[in-house]
Design a protein around this ligand. Structure first.
Ligand code: 5AD
Ligand code: SF4
Length: 544
């Protein structure tokens, strides 16, 4: 171990944005801990400060930029600190960020995170050598996919070191009394959809599917370590499709492979001619059957058009797969959906919703909407409201359109809906969704539900971290905000166990005293007696 590492440098890592980023951060943390780094909660004292950034909306970027200013102050005060920007902003802004933010020492895109430990170590070493050390070049301080991020041909094993980061994940036993009984497992990276507003296909690159054996293995090892609930991650999980025999490494293991384009997906027979294929439905079935000690299997995010009946049938037949669907509609207007390049009409979206409820009558469905997309008229916004009235969404994440550099929309369309109008539409849709959510939650009154308890809440306790800047993101899977949902519900008197149903409904269950804390991390039955737009209020069922 080098001198730099033997000094056990401390790292502060802050994550912005989506679940994919949360998983990336967890993997980065694992890799650095293995190398002897120690993670701390305070950015003011850490030797290495890393921001895992998100470019999907402007707001998340602003937050990250403001953090960079704080570290600049530390540097001006003469402190030795390595500042790294990792994730989508690093990839999107590229090396230009070094010029605009000279305090930034290193950049690492989401597709190159396996190279991060080396970058940090090089910088730490040169810092320890002091002023005499030659300043590392921008190339030596950055790992970015650049234009190779959209690899169009088959991906060779040698190219795909990122898989190693997933594979080398630490599997520490989970403390049964902690909230951490849930984990994310990536099934695909990147995206091939090119919705016109979205930066993800540029920052995370082409869709790449992990081999099913690796995914099942990872789920099994997490379950062995005590994880009860796994959320499979991908930008469009239903597009998962692995063709066997076409990408095998020198060790005989199957390797990740670039996903098929849209045309290939539509004509499955050509794609899989003679080759065995694992579809998303197959993958769900395999995880369910081969990891029996996993109590809940979820997945996000679903792309409505790719969500086949086969996956719904597996969900129906496999009891531990949660009947929860997060499938963003984005708009209720056909014209706007077309401008967004979403590839479906409002009618097709509703057909999909009917299919879901036909096969899974108890399913919960959530979505995303963007309001104020360029040229969206009042009537088109009303059409979105109508869709929200017609579909029993348990919740929706509502975003004001924000033009993102590198997207088709920013070049092709003028951002002509005034901010005030966007805000009004955002608030109106939120209000409407609150009414719909109330109705959906009320349907559960009188029923018994199985809850995985995540935390205990003493009477009068103050909620912790919230996200006050982004009211529209309440309970978005892109942020950790059970806390926020809880805060906004009318609290019950006394101590409560807070948890979720398999359909991702939050349950607050009144219990007699705090000695119930040992139930965190366990399942229990609860009877729902009241509902608010975000919470089911429940009482314990004694036989649980
Ligand atoms: N502006 C506003 N919302 C966006 N989203 C993605 N890109 C943008 C953008 N440029 C939203 C979409 C997506 C969610 C993760 O973020 O609704 O589903
Ligand atoms: Fe972005 Fe569309 Fe891909 Fe989702 S499906 S990540 S919105 S391009």
């Amino acid at each position: 171990m080098s001198e730099a590492l033997s000094a056990a440098p401390t790292v502060y890592l802050e994550t912005f944005g989506c679940q994919m980023n949360e998983l990336d951060s967890e993997l980065v943390r694992g890799a650095l801990v293995t190398l002897g780094y120690r993670f701390v909660e305070d950015w003011r004292t850490a030797n290495v400060v890393l921001y895992n950034t998100c470019s999907v909306r402007e707001q998340a970027e602003h937050k990250a930029y403001s953090r960079l200013g704080l570290i600049a102050q530390r540097k001006r005060a003469g402190e030795n600190v390595v500042l790294g920007v990792i994730g989508c902003m690093a990839e999107r802004d590229g090396k230009d960020m070094f010029r605009r933010y000279p305090q930034v020492d290193l950049l690492c895109g989401p597709g190159e995170l396996d190279r991060l430990p080396n970058l940090i170590e090089n910088l730490r070493t040169s810092q320890l050598l002091g002023d005499d050390a030659p300043r590392l070049s921008k190339d030596a301080r950055s790992a970015l996919a650049g234009n190779k991020s959209r690899r169009s041909t088959t991906l060779s094993a040698a190219d795909d070191n990122l898989e190693l980061l997933d594979l080398s994940r630490a599997f520490e036993p989970v403390d049964p009394t902690t909230e951490r009984r849930s984990a994310y497992v990536r099934i695909t990276r990147g995206c091939n959809k090119f919705c016109t507003y979205c930066v993800v296909p540029n920052t995370r690159g082409a869709e790449v599917h992990r081999p099913p054996d690796s995914i099942v293995e990872e789920c099994r090892r997490l379950a062995d370590a005590g994880v009860l609930e796994i959320t499979l991650l991908g930008q469009t999980v239903n597009h998962y499709r692995y063709v066997h025999g076409s990408a095998v490494g020198s060790d005989g293991r199957e390797q990740p492979q670039v996903g098929p384009g849209l045309a290939a997906f539509r004509s499955t027979s050509t794609l899989a001619a003679g080759l065995r294929t694992t579809t998303f439905a197959d993958l769900l079935g395999r995880i369910h059957d081969e990891v029996p000690h996993l109590r809940r299997i979820r997945f996000v995010t679903s792309y409505p058009r790719d969500f086949g009946i086969d996956a719904l049938q597996v969900m129906r037949d496999a009891p531990r797969i949660c009947n929860y669907v997060h499938a963003p509609a984005q708009s209720g207007s056909d014209r706007i959906l077309k401008l967004m390049n979403r590839g479906y009409t409002v009618g097709e979206y509703e057909e999909f919703v009917h299919r879901v409820f036909d096969v899974l009558p108890d399913a919960t469905i959530a979505g995303d909407f963007i309001v104020g997309f360029p040229s969206e008229t009042d009537e088109e916004f009303e059409a979105t409201c109508d869709l929200v009235r017609r579909v029993p969404f348990k919740n929706n994440y509502i975003f004001k359109y924000s033009p993102r550099p590198g997207t088709v929309a920013i070049d092709r369309f003028v951002d002509d809906v005034p901010l005030e109008t966007k805000k009004l539409r955002n608030n109106r849709l939120l209000e409407l969704q609150t009414q719909v959510s109330q109705k959906v939650h009320e349907q559960w009154i009188g029923r018994e539900v199985e809850v995985l308890f995540e935390k205990v809440r003493a009477h009068g306790a103050q909620p912790r971290e919230t996200d006050p800047d982004d009211a529209s993101s309440i309970s978005h899977p892109a942020s950790k905000n059970v806390e926020l949902r809880w805060q906004r519900a009318k609290p019950q008197e006394g101590t409560q166990l807070i948890g979720r149903t398999q359909g991702d409904l939050i349950v607050a269950m009144g219990v007699t005293d705090e000695s119930q804390a040992h139930r965190v991390g366990t399942f229990g039955m609860a009877r729902v007696y009241a509902a608010s737009p975000m919470i089911l209020h429940a009482a314990p069922v004694s036989s649980a």
